[in-house]
Ligand binder design. Structure first.
Ligand SMILES: [Zn+2]
Length: 575
């Protein structure tokens, strides 16, 4: 602060001295007295432990912000000078404050969409499944669709039969219902949906599909394959209003979990434009950093980078897909799968398609984010990145600071880990994928390759910054689960399995950086956010316990207390 501004703030507090005392709870003990300096902040969080993610000052007692930026990090005593004027002073005793958490890889619209669709995966009985549908249907207004997915009768322990309309009609009289089975090629519908679709006992089965019927020939409400189409045709259309509502719900759901930024790995321009509207309307509950899918690369390259002055929304990357996933044996491996006689596939994007995009990205300063899972996909993309660097003369690059990313990068032999360092490539990884995939990875990969699968600590040992993410809605998208998975490398019930390599888990300090400072680096934002330091944006995540010291299992039940983005409280648990 320059001298003039400092003098002005002193003056304004002096003239408001009464208000200073009256508005700052608790009273005299902590309030700046008239002979102390007064430098009113907008927000002061004090009487707590603040984990800054800044090595130079790892913890503090209090933090203060003004005009969206951090103005103070330090002791409770020194924080007093900011607790005056109209400062919102919050005693954080019993809670813990962290640098704002960032999810480095998720799909925002899908997070919001998920809140409108019931998941029936993993329910143990038919009775519970029907009860779950009833509870969900009760929350849906009359006339609107009751949507869900994922029921699977062969895993039920009470009865193993297909659901039909008689299971659900009693509580969905005026609400059409459509719920695909887990396989996605058959579905449950109710009487109201049959009526809206005009399906009766006289309706013939379509080519390649069937309406299941009772002995009298009436449709039962279990429909197969192409018979699902008549219902899909009358589902609510994906209008701009529908998508925008999904984005809004996604923002709110993320903020309620403690995320202060999410990095979207493939946001179409239709969604970008809707999010711009949300931004203009002041409804950004957290920051968004986005990459455009390669299908829209030419538009990205003509529009260029788009960013808002408040850094709430930044579009700077192109998202590329290369191979499949390990579970489905679609990840591209150098050698064959240990449990199949092939090595997966790649070329979801071909080299021919990608090379011109890489060259243009170098010339325009666009970040590349590539989905690569198997070691063959990783190695090939390292080659392609390297070739592009050499093909475009340096004096034609927009910047030497590329920070091209690899998303997932699950299997990386040591020699290629070193190439990440040499080429300046950032690994963007999801700890929850690790603890899920390790259930089948030993079968898919065998013992040797497991030694460098999900190799978090090896990468950190190389000096690499891992951008931690969740890939929600594929995963839950919960910072507690990601943090827990990163430090334990165990299932949520605390168990692990043979070959899981516990030594590849990371320390809590590393995990904190994976979800704060390092993602900021991955978005070229380490100078403005990612840690709690004076001058950076006031982005904070508050939980009701100390994630850095509690028993690992207690991390999973921590309650998000408050989320702060640019000094604004975007979520607060009122309980
Ligand atoms: Zn993804």
């Amino acid at each position: 602060m320059n001298k003039l501004a400092f003098a002005a703030s002193l003056l304004s507090c002096a003239s408001l001295l009464v208000a200073c005392s009256d508005n700052s709870p608790p009273t005299s003990a902590i309030v700046a007295s008239s002979d102390e300096q007064c430098d009113a902040a907008d927000l002061v969080l004090h009487n707590t432990t603040v984990y800054t993610a800044n090595d130079a000052q790892w913890t503090a007692d209090a933090v203060a912000s003004k005009d969206g930026r951090i103005v103070f990090v330090g002791s409770n005593t020194d924080a007093r000078r900011y607790m005056c004027g109209s400062a919102n002073v919050i005693d954080m005793a019993g809670n813990t404050v962290y640098a704002g958490f960032t999810d480095s890889h998720q799909h925002l619209e899908g997070i919001g969409r998920r809140t409108k669709t019931l998941s029936l995966f993993g329910i143990a009985t038919l009775q519970e499944t029907v009860q779950t549908i009833e509870n969900w249907a009760d929350t849906i207004p009359e006339g609107e669709w009751v949507l869900g997915r994922g029921w699977i009768e062969r895993e039920w322990t009470d009865q193993q039969r297909f659901l039909d309309k008689s299971d659900v009609d009693a509580f969905t009289a005026n609400k059409p219902l459509y719920m695909p089975r887990a396989d996605g090629v058959s579905a449950l519908v109710n009487s109201r949906a049959l009526e809206l679709a005009g399906v009766t006992r006289d309706t013939p089965d379509p080519e390649g599909g069937r309406f299941e019927r009772d002995l009298d020939g009436n449709p039962t409400g279990y429909v197969l394959a192409n018979a699902m189409n008549v219902f899909r045709d009358i589902l609510p259309p994906e209008t701009d209003a529908y998508l925008k509502d999904n984005l809004l719900r996604g923002l709110q759901a993320n903020a309620a979990l403690g995320w202060t930024q999410t990095q979207d790995a493939g946001m179409s321009y239709r969604l970008v434009d809707l999010l711009q509207e949300i931004h203009a309307e002041g409804d950004m509950a957290h920051r968004v950093y986005a990459a455009i899918p390669i299908a829209e690369a030419s538009e990205m390259l003509s529009r260029g980078r788009q960013t808002t002055a408040d850094d709430l929304f930044d579009v700077r990357g192109i998202k590329v897909f290369i191979d499949g996933t390990l579970g489905s044996r679609g990840a591209a491996l150098i050698n064959n799968y240990s449990d199949a006689d092939h090595n997966g596939f790649m070329n979801r994007t071909t080299k021919e398609e990608l090379v011109p995009v890489l060259h243009a990205a170098l010339r325009q300063g666009i970040q590349i984010e590539t989905h690569v899972i198997g070691d063959r996909a990783v190695r090939t993309l390292l080659d392609w990145y390297d070739e592009a660097y050499n093909a475009v003369p340096r004096n034609e690059w927009a910047s030497e600071d590329l920070r091209w990313r690899m998303e997932h990068a699950q299997i990386i032999p040591p020699s290629d880990q070193q190439r990440f360092v040499e080429l300046g490539v950032l690994p963007s990884m999801q700890p929850s994928h690790g603890i899920g995939d390790l259930n089948f990875a030993p079968d898919r990969l065998g013992a040797d390759r497991l030694g460098y699968a999900y190799p978090w600590q090896q990468l950190v040992d190389q000096g690499l910054m891992i951008l931690g993410g969740s890939d929600a809605p594929v995963e839950a998208g919960d910072p507690r689960i990601e943090f827990y998975a990163a430090i334990t490398r165990k299932r949520l019930d605390g168990t692990d399995g043979p070959g899981w390599h516990p030594e590849l888990a990371v320390s809590r300090a590393t995990a904190l950086k994976m979800f704060t400072l390092w993602p900021a680096h991955g978005a070229f934002q380490e100078d403005i956010r990612g840690s709690i330091e004076i001058g950076k944006y006031a982005d904070f995540t508050v939980f009701d316990r100390d994630l850095m010291t509690v028993e690992p299992q207690a991390i999973l039940t921590a309650q998000p207390v408050m989320t702060v983005v640019g000094g604004q409280i975007t979520y607060q648990n009122r309980q």
